[in-house]
Design a protein around this ligand. Structure first.
Ligand code: NAD
Length: 334
């Protein structure tokens, strides 16, 4: 399949392009480098041994996108391009609504005009908010969003459903839990700009001495060790879920379908820190701080639907992910 990957120079997009090549597909990347760097494209080439087609454009440029879809005979789109920092979305909501929603509308418009009807969309477990029960299944009630980033994901899901009803679009919405790790080569991974919001980049930067100390936000949650529990999914497993989603769309599954992409197991913040220290033999100084506003105690996926219908399940462990994250961090400093 010829697959347009928007945001293909980013963390999840870059690793997904390498998996697309391994699976025999032809990825075409678009990115505007608003949250990525050009060396990523060279590293994709090093891993795949292929020079991929790339266009430096903003996905809000509908005419260019349309032309790219036509010229490259695109069969399906994987739409990663969006902003993703929760805190920044609170301070600058318009920037988030504009990029994440105008971006999606532009992609859908270009697809409609070019006659491309299959899309895989990056949604997030954030749409569930504080869940009533765990593991969270796909039909759990969505809670009112607590920040503009989460709101863009809920609105995007609605836009995709409406476009499917009206224009015959086929969409797979993947609700990612907590993507971590890096490509095992150490050549592709997350590039947090400024202070990381997420636990694992904070852990790797603390281990590397870039940060003095990690703060564990709360040790009084109703969890086995009191720290927050999340479903950490290796980014390579997550990337593979996109290939399974494309196959699912290709086998004439029409309409909109939604899948949790997680491991089905939760790990606590303290467990992540201990595991990181153990597998990498490094120290990570940390202190216990107060709970962070908006954080929830426990969140992990039911991954059964993805296994049953997509034939996909997570195969890599927390240990694998934390080892790969550390290799990536060390390579970044070279
Ligand atoms: N990383 C996570 O923890 C996580 C969790 C759930 C969902 N998601 C979603 O997955 C997707 C990918 O996330 P990621 O972690 O790879 O993020 P990322 O920031 O590393 O990658 C996004 C890429 O999109 C590009 N981009 C952004 N806006 C663009 C635009 N208007 N035009 C062209 N390119 C644009 C950026 O330059 C970047 O390369 C996002 O939609 C994000 O919301 C991520």
């Amino acid at each position: 399949m010829n697959v347009l990957v928007t945001g293909g120079a980013g963390f999840i997009g870059s690793i997904t392009t390498t998996e697309l090549v391994s699976a025999g597909h032809k990825p075409v990347i678009v990115d505007n480098f608003s949250n990525s760097q050009k060396f990523v494209l060279d590293n994709i080439e090093k891993i795949t041994g292929k020079k991929l087609d790339f266009y430096e454009i903003d996905v809000r440029d509908t005419d260019k996108l349309h032309e790219i879809l036509k010229t490259n005979n695109i069969d399906a789109v994987i739409h990663f391009a969006a902003y993703k920092a929760v805190g920044e979305s609170v301070d600058n909501p318009l920037k988030y609504y504009q990029n994440n929603l105008d971006g999606l509308l532009s992609v859908l418009d270009a697809m409609k005009n070019a006659g491309v009807s299959n899309i895989v969309f990056s949604s997030s477990a954030t749409v569930y908010g504080d869940p009533d029960t765990v593991p969270i299944t796909e039909n759990a009630t969505l809670k009112p969003p607590t920040n503009p980033y989460g709101a863009t994901k809920q609105m995007a899901e609605q836009i995709l459903r409406d476009a499917s009803n009206a224009h015959g679009l086929n969409a797979v919405l993947l609700r990612y839990f907590n993507p971590i790790g890096a490509h095992p080569s150490g050549l592709l991974g997350e590039l947090p700009i400024g202070t990381p919001n997420n636990l694992v980049p904070y852990v790797t930067q603390t281990a590397a001495g870039i940060r003095n100390k990690l703060t564990v936000f709360g040790d009084d949650y109703d969890t086995p060790d009191g720290s927050g529990v999340r479903d950490y999914i290796h980014v390579v497993d997550l990337a593979k879920a996109h290939i399974a989603a494309l196959d699912f769309l290709d086998s004439e599954n029409a309409g909109v379908d939604v899948f949790n992409i997680g491991t089905g197991t939760g790990s606590s913040v303290l467990e992540v820190i201990q595991t990181f220290k153990k597998v990498n033999d490094v120290t990570v100084p940390y202190e216990i701080g107060p709970r962070r506003s908006g954080d929830i105690g426990t969140c992990y996926a039911s991954a059964e639907k993805a296994q049953k219908e997509l034939g996909w399940k997570a195969e890599l462990s927390l240990e694998d992910a934390l080892k790969d994250a550390w290799t990536w961090q060390q390579n970044l400093e070279k």
